[in-house]
Write a protein that binds this ligand. Sequence first.
Ligand SMILES: Cc1cc2nc3c(=O)[nH]c(=O)nc-3n(C[C@H](O)[C@H](O)[C@H](O)COP(=O)(O)OP(=O)(O)OC[C@H]3O[C@@H](n4cnc5c(N)ncnc54)[C@H](O)[C@@H]3O)c2cc1C
Length: 540
Amino acid sequence: MPATHEVTNQVPPLVGHDVAAYPALLQSLELGGAGWAVDEVRALGRRAGSEEAQEWGRLAERHHPELRTHDRHGHRIDEVEFDPAWHQLMTVAVEAGIHAAPWGDDREGAHVARAAKEFVWGAADPGHICPISMTYAVVPALRHNADLAATYEPLLTSRVYDFGLREPSTKRGLIAGMSMTEKQGGSDVRANTTRATPAGDGAHVLVGHKWFTSAPMSDFFLTLAQAPGGLSCFFVPRVLPDGSRNAIRLQRLKDKLGNRSNASAEIEYDGALGWLVGEEGRGVPTIIEMVNMTRLDCAIGSATGMRVGTLQAVHHARHRSAFGRHLVDQPLMANVLADLAVESEAATYAAMRLAAATDRVVRGDEHEALVRRVALAVSKYWICKRAPAHAAEALECLGGNGYVEESGMPRLFRESPLMSIWEGSGNVAALDTLRALARQPEGLGAFFDEVELAAGADSRLDDAVARVRKELTSLDDLEYRARRVVEQLALVFQGSLLVRHAPAAVADAFCASRLAGDWGVAFGTLPAVDTTSIIDRTGL
Ligand SMILES: Cc1cc2nc3c(=O)[nH]c(=O)nc-3n(C[C@H](O)[C@H](O)[C@H](O)COP(=O)(O)OP(=O)(O)OC[C@H]3O[C@@H](n4cnc5c(N)ncnc54)[C@H](O)[C@@H]3O)c2cc1C
C-alpha cells in the first residue's frame, strides 16, 4: 500500500520562543531608563511565546464573548460571559502590571517597562490589551477629581484581577473603560447628545446612548455627556455605592472584523448616575488625557503586530523549502523578510521612544512633553497605518497556510486595521498633528531637535529632514497635505532613531528605502542591503 499521507516540508508551530528576545526592544528598555526590568520582560516574553499562552489567545478569540442581557426570570443583568482563557490572559497582564501599575511605581522607566511588557504580552492576544490599556490610560484623567482618584487609584494600580460586578470600592482590583463614540459621530465628540442633569447631591443623571464602548464589563467608564455647562466627563460605575446596579443597559455586542476576544458594546444610559471628573464643560480636555495614553498603546499594539508577523514569516521561511532551498535562502524572499523586519524595528524603536517620553513627562520634563506631543501624533498615524500592509505581507510569506485560521495569521490580519481607526482614525490623527503644531509652535522645534540628534550621520536622513522642513514652510493647503507631511515627519523620527541606535544594516536599509526613495510600493523592494544581518535581528 503506498503511503498517501506522509507529511513533509510542513513547518513546526512557532512555540516556546521568547517574544522579548529582540535587540530593538531590549535596547529601548535601556535607553528609556528601564534596564532594571529586562529580566521581567524576558520572563513575560517567554510566557507569551509558550504553548499555553498561545492557546489562551486562540481560545479567547474562538469563543468570543457573549452578552447576557436578562436572567431567566426576565431581570436585566447586562453581563458579558467570557471564555476562561480570557480571564487567564487578563490575570497575567494585571499581575505583570501592564495595566495601571506604573502610576504607583516611582522608579525611573516604570512606564517604559510597562510598554515593553505590553509589547510582548500583546503577542499572546491583542484583544484583552484593550481593557488593560484603558485601565492604564484612565488614571491621569481620573486625577482631575481628587476624591475619586484617592478612592479608586489604589485599586486600579493593584496587581489583582478581580472580575465580576460588585461595588468598585469593595473589589481588590479594577478595570476601566471609556465611553465617547455615539451613533452620529466618533471623531467629532462635541456632537455627543447624551445628557447629564444635576441630581442635586453632587451626582448627575445620564440619559443617552453610546455606539461603541469596548470592555463593557469594566468596573467604571469615563463617559462624555452634555451637562448644563457643556460637554463634560463623568465617572460612571456599573455598580453604585449602595450596591445596586447603575442604569447602564448593554444593548448588543458588535460583530467585529477582528479584536474578537474583546467585547465592544452599544450601551444606553437610562438614568445612570455619574460624577463629574474635571470641570464642567471641559470634558474633551479631561478625557484627552486618557486618549493621550491609549494613543501610545495604539502605536505599541501595532508594533507588536509587526513583531508577531515578522516572527511568523521568518520562522516559516527558515523551515519551508521550495525549489530546492529554504525560503529564507531565496534572494527575493530575503528581500521581503528584511523589508518586514526593518518596518518592525522602526515601529518598535519609535513606540518605545514614545514610552520613554511618557515616562519623562510624568516626571515633569517639559521638553519631552513637546517632543511627545508631535512625535506621538505622527507615530500614531504612521505605525498604525503600516500595520495592515505589514500583516498582509507577513501572511503571504506562509503561502496558503497563512490564509488558514490555524496559522494565527488571519487573526493578526483582522486585528491590524483597528489601531488606525481607534483613538483618532487616520485623517483625524494627521489633523491632530496640525492642531498640535498650531497650538504649540515650539513643539515643532523640539521635535526637530530630537530628530537632529542624528544630524550628519547619514546624508539621506539629513536630506529628508530638509525636505519636510521645506514642506512646512508653506501653510497653503496644509490640511489637504496633512497625511503627506505627517508621514514624512514620522519617517524622519524613525530614521533618526535607527541611525542612532540600530545596527548599520537596519539603518542603511531604512534610509535607502523609506527616506531616499530607493524602494517600490510593496514590501520586498529593498535595494541591495545586508538582508542576512537584518533578518537575524529578529532573534529566530
Ligand atoms: C474595535 C473598536 C473598539 C472601539 N472602542 C471604543 C471605545 O471603547 N470607546 C469609544 O468611545 N469608542 C470606541 N470605538 C469607536 C472609535 O473610536 C470610532 O469608531 C472612531 O473614533 C471613529 O469615529 P466614527 O466611527 O464615528 O467615524 P467618523 O467620525 O464618522 O469618521 C469616518 C471617517 O472620516 C474621517 N474624518 C473624520 N473627520 C474628518 C475630517 N475633519 N477630515 C477628514 N477626514 C475626517 C475619519 O478619519 C474616518 O476615516 C471603537 C471602535 C472600534 C472599531
